[in-house]
Design a protein around this ligand. Structure first.
Ligand code: IPM
Ligand code: MG
Length: 365
């Protein structure tokens, strides 16, 4: 039996609660398809600060890199909000992304027919649903530029900087995704103001010729934010910088009914011939640690479970298994099960554990 090694970082807040059902679902998939998934538990974020005094303990990156993929819950919480930037839980996440080289963050946002009633948009705007993919640059830009304070501490700066190489590789990830989808790519930037955005457009001009089948258009980020709530169905693939992608992906997630539903995959360069076909990636639900509902068995585990499905697909090439997990999620929603974030009317919400167990059961068939 092939072995698939998975690093787990449950993290903080609802992180551990949503990772547990994701692992349960992976175990069910392993049993059904006769795959051996093995798990290496690692710590990062606030949990690591409490135990080791720093957000990313030494050796964590190396231990993760030895696995085929990393599944992460969430990091952060109010108790660590007053730490300096370099000691905050979020720093662990940024360092993991950077050091593991996962520059392309894929955030799909789909309006499922079963959840149409929780979409906050007027019915007529989403009659035909939407299915879009945000490809967010993840290891550059404002998140990783120089930052600091002026001598008197009363001025501050954060620098946005991109190299052509960084832009090109994430653009190509976007084009390749578009080729597998509806073959439309929207480059979102602020090229009317920012020099970095103008470089993005220049590099796009050099790259787009390699993908003649893909239709390209351009939107300024303010306009894109507006179009997302006016006509989300117009988008297929959106490619954008780190900060803009962070913001737009939260917006897009809210349109699907709940941020609790959305998975993400963060990928590095395509694997070489010697990798055995496995491509390292970090997989995380995009919802964050949600400290207000932590420990209450209220969180929606579907974002984490769907992240595990993306891991099967992108890191392990297990398409059939990924589809089976996604179908199990759909079956459970079809059956009417809802966590609190997606329950409406008289529906009694299911807890995190119940939802996870239902997906595992649906998968086992
Ligand atoms: C995300 C989160 C992170 C980000 C935070 C927690 C640092 O918002 O994954 O979208 O900004 O990238
Ligand atoms: Mg975010």
């Amino acid at each position: 039996m092939d072995e698939y090694r998975i690093a787990l970082i449950p993290g903080d807040g609802i992180g551990p609660e949503v990772i547990a059902p994701a692992v349960e679902v992976l175990a069910a998939a392993g049993k059904k398809f006769r795959r051996r998934f093995t798990f290496t538990m690692l710590e990062a974020g606030g949990a690591a600060i409490e135990r080791y005094g720093l957000p990313l303990p030494e050796g964590t990156v190396e231990a993760a890199a030895e696995c085929g993929a990393l599944l992460l819950g969430a990091v952060g919480g109010p108790q660590w909000d007053n730490l300096p930037g370099s000691g905050r839980p979020e720093r662990a996440l940024l360092d993991l992304r950077k050091e593991l080289g996962v520059f392309a963050n894929l955030r799909p946002a789909v309006l499922r027919p079963q959840l149409r009633d929780v979409c906050p948009l007027k019915k007529e705007l989403v009659q035909d649903g939407f299915d879009l993919l945000i490809v967010r640059e993840l290891t550059g830009g404002l998140y990783f530029g120089d930052r600091g304070r002026g001598a008197d501490g009363r001025s501050a700066f954060d620098m946005e900087s991109y190299s052509a190489v960084e832009i090109e590789r994430v653009l190509r990830a976007g084009y390749e995704a578009a080729l597998r989808r509806r073959k439309k790519l929207t480059l979102v930037d602020k090229a009317n103001v920012l020099e970095t955005s103008r470089l993005w457009r220049e590099v796009n001009g050099e790259v787009m010729g390699d993908y003649p089948g893909v239709a390209v258009d351009f939107l300024y980020v303010d306009n894109a934010a507006m179009q997302l709530v006016r006509a989300p169905g117009k988008f297929d693939v959106i490619v954008t910088s780190n900060l803009f992608g962070d913001i737009l992906s939260d917006e897009a997630s809210a349109l699907t009914g709940s941020i609790g539903m959305l998975p993400s995959a963060s990928l590095g360069a395509a694997p070489g011939a010697s990798s055995g076909g496995q491509r390292f990636g970090i997989y995380e639900p995009i919802h964050g640690s949600a400290p207000d509902i932590a420990g209450k068995d209220m969180a929606n585990p579907l974002g984490a479970i769907l992240s595990a499905a993306l891991m099967l697909r992108y890191s392990f090439g297990l398409e059939e298994e990924a589809l089976a997990v996604e179908a199990a999620v759909t079956a459970v929603l079809e059956a009417g099960l809802r966590t609190a974030d997606i329950a409406r009317g008289s529906t009694k919400p299911a807890g995190t554990r119940k939802m996870g167990a239902a997906v595992a059961e649906a998968l086992a068939g």
